[in-house]
Design a protein around this ligand. Structure first.
Ligand SMILES: [Zn+2]
Length: 132
């Protein structure tokens, strides 16, 4: 039983992103009731989405930045504060870089799971040989 119908995979993503209409949701869940493969895939997607949401909204204490700065030696602290006040956008981008890179990695893994057509499998199997 190999389904992986692209239509249902895209419906799964819409449902998990809360972008599906009621009829799309109904259609997906009706299919999931009959297709074990899609049901399993949906569970995997749901788990990785939940994991991703935890990464996107890390629960940092309100005084996190203050605490980190206080633990630095005074002169470094001063230099960092001076630098971040002069380059607020770069500092914000640096703070965002870690969760963003995790999202990109997670999205890449998700695409690998979704792209399990015979053609993709062929490419995945062929690639290492071509490198030799
Ligand atoms: Zn299916």
């Amino acid at each position: 039983m190999t389904c992986f119908n692209k239509k249902y995979v895209s419906l799964m993503n819409k449902v998990l992103d809360d972008e599906a209409t009621k009829s799309e949701r109904d259609e997906l869940f009706a299919h999931l009731a009959t297709c074990e493969n899609c049901r399993r895939h949906f569970q995997e997607l749901k788990q990785s989405t939940e994991l991703l949401n935890q990464l996107v909204h890390p629960q940092l204490p309100i005084d996190f930045t203050k605490n980190v700065l206080e633990q630095l030696p005074a002169e470094k602290r001063h230099a960092i504060r001076k630098w971040t006040s002069r380059h607020p956008f770069i500092a914000a981008a640096a703070v965002c870089a870690l969760p963003m890179s995790l999202i990109v990695i997670a999205a890449g893994r998700q695409n690998m799971v979704q792209g399990k057509t015979d053609r993709d499998r062929f490419i995945l199997l062929k690639a290492p040989e071509n490198r030799l």
